[in-house]
Ligand binder design. Structure first.
Ligand SMILES: C[C@H](O)CC(=O)SCCNC(=O)CCNC(=O)[C@H](O)C(C)(C)COP(=O)(O)OP(=O)(O)OC[C@H]1O[C@@H](n2cnc3c(N)ncnc32)[C@H](O)[C@@H]1OP(=O)(O)O
Ligand SMILES: NC(=O)c1ccc[n+]([C@@H]2O[C@H](COP(=O)([O-])OP(=O)(O)OC[C@H]3O[C@@H](n4cnc5c(N)ncnc54)[C@H](O)[C@@H]3O)[C@@H](O)[C@H]2O)c1
Length: 309
């Protein structure tokens, strides 16, 4: 570990050297995204510590990772199921868990944060981690909508702070948006691009602008679907079928909102509305607000726009 130091980081030029820079990864948040990121990092040979606030959440996350890995190997090792089982066990061995982020970051090359979409909570976390992590450790956030520069402002490592935005479900979705904030160094950015490739993902470069590329287009689209339904211009079922069969989307907007999480979707739109209240694309939705207030957060709680088993 600790391949990158401030002294040798300038000599990191080849792809191989950049890839070798990240061996030990700490993923903070063991929910939908964090569990998927930990799974993919462990599957590609990284040693991973997954952090959350309670042992119960971590147990649930580990069970989810095991179930997801079994789905992956069913196809990948269809001819040799015993090799598939060995792969699952090997990957699970690469993952340990902890409820104490500050102690585990002492041995990490990269932090990927995937906790709740709230600026203050993220800043508090990174402020504490900055004091505990070694100099060489790179910090990243998987935020959907918050400026990376704002999250990084709670630390003194602005040059070693960037964005790594994964997509749900992480084991299946090939894209990673790599975000270069104004103070992110070119070396950090290059390491993050190579790390994304080492995970088997396709990185794209993004500026630190609201929603980066995908969410700036996708979130207004999903909210427009809710508004269309609120106006009585279509049932959610018809809108979903229309977008799947008429536009070739794998999920309709209501299915996707349930999949992403209605709380996360509300955090995103509320944050943008606060900053740009005149933009009609960022207007809050009464129906979304009502469902979140009722605790109907989508697939993860068993009900959102739809009921889930
Ligand atoms: C808001 C945020 O900031 C950004 C975001 O993340 S926005 C959300 C982005 N994500 C999307 O848009 C997802 C859109 N949906 C899809 O692409 C597809 O519906 C899907 C990949 C989720 C599922 O595919 P679908 O064909 O509908 O269902 P299903 O048959 O269950 O799954 C297809 C394959 O994926 C696998 N799979 C699905 N979820 C999986 C998971 N969590 N782990 C492992 N494998 C999984 C299945 O095993 C299956 O494999 P198979 O073809 O070998 O049987
Ligand atoms: N859901 C999506 O489709 C999606 C896609 C891309 C990015 N994101 C972003 O990823 C992040 C996580 O989203 P999610 O959907 O996985 O949320 P989630 O609610 O499923 O999981 C969040 C996890 O973080 C944990 N947590 C909260 N505060 C913590 C702290 N201080 N320390 C450690 N753990 C803490 C919670 O206990 C929970 O397990 C958010 O920033 C979100 O915007 C979400």
């Amino acid at each position: 570990m600790a391949f990158i130091t401030r002294q040798n980081i300038r000599s990191l030029s080849s792809s191989a050297a950049l890839r070798a820079a990240i061996k030990h990864v700490t993923v903070i948040g063991g929910g939908l995204m964090g569990a998927g990121i930990a799974q993919v990092a462990a599957s590609t040979g990284h040693s991973v510590v997954l952090v959350d606030t309670s042992e119960d959440i971590l147990k649930k996350a580990t069970k989810g990772i095991e179930a997801s890995l079994k789905r992956v190997v069913k196809k990948k090792f269809a001819e040799k199921p015993e090799d598939g089982e060995a792969f699952v066990q090997k990957v699970l061995k690469n993952i340990s868990t902890s409820t104490d982020a500050a102690s585990v970051v002492q041995g990490t090359d990269l932090v990927v944060e995937a906790i709740v979409e709230n600026l203050k909570v993220k800043q508090d976390l990174f402020g504490a981690l900055d004091k505990a992590a070694p100099q060489h450790t790179i910090f990243t956030s998987n935020t959907s909508s918050l400026p990376i520069a704002d999250i990084a402002s709670s630390t003194a490592r602005l040059d070693r702070f960037g964005g790594l935005h994964f997509f749900n479900p992480v084991p299946m979705m090939k894209l990673v948006e790599v975000i270069k904030a104004p103070a992110t160094s070119q070396q950090t950015f290059d390491v993050l691009l190579e790390f994304s490739k080492a995970l088997g993902k396709h990185p794209v470069s993004c500026k630190d602008t609201p929603g980066f590329i995908v969410n700036r287009l996708l979130v207004p689209y999903m909210l427009e679907a809710v508004r269309l339904h609120e106006r009585g211009h279509g049932s959610k079922e018809d809108i979903d079928v229309a977008m799947k069969l008429g536009a070739g989307y794998p999920m309709g907007p209501f299915e996707l909102l349930d999949y992403v999480g209605l709380d996360t979707s509300k955090f995103i739109i509320d944050g943008w509305h606060e900053k740009d209240p005149d933009n009609p694309l960022f207007a809050p939705s009464p129906l979304l607000n009502k469902l979140v207030a009722e605790g109907k957060l989508g697939k993860k709680t068993g009900e959102g726009f739809y009921k889930h088993k």
